[in-house]
Design a protein around this ligand. Structure first.
Ligand code: 5GP
Ligand code: ZN
Length: 115
């Protein structure tokens, strides 16, 4: 746990969040400022700053996160219509919370390219 990390505080139950799923390794909750009818954040319970910290030794967490995504898509009935998974890495990537997370957006047509 990182003391000044908002997502670590959510994991610890110190800040409330609308949690959809959790297990020993990952937590899924609704974004506080949703950009689509469905806007989930999928995070590792272990504090990892961003994708720059992923190595072979900790890459299992990526597999766990991406294995959960199609299950969430099925649960929210967006598998067929489609959805977007986004990772913002670093300041130029648009990252504002420095605890690794993947956005899962769905429920409307999403434009491309991003701004
Ligand atoms: P980033 O910009 O780092 O890719 O995404 C961070 C996301 O975290 C943003 O979409 C923002 O709305 C969300 N967020 C920031 N603080 C909180 C919070 O306290 N609770 C929840 N549920 N989401 C948050
Ligand atoms: Zn953290």
């Amino acid at each position: 746990m990182s003391d000044d990390c908002i997502f670590c505080k959510i994991i610890a139950g110190q800040i409330p969040a609308k949690i959809e799923y959790q297990d020993d390794d990952i937590l899924v909750f609704h974004d506080i400022t949703p950009q689509a009818p469905l806007h989930l954040l999928i995070i590792p319970k272990k504090h990892i700053t961003n994708l720059n910290e992923i190595r072979t030794e900790n890459a299992d967490i990526i597999s766990k996160i991406f294995t959960q995504i199609p299950k969430l898509a099925f649960q929210f009935e967006i598998s067929e219509k489609g959805y977007r998974v986004v990772n913002n890495c670093g300041k130029d990537g648009g990252q504002t919370v420095f605890h690794l997370h993947f956005h899962m957006l769905g429920g409307r047509h999403l434009e491309w390219p991003p701004g």
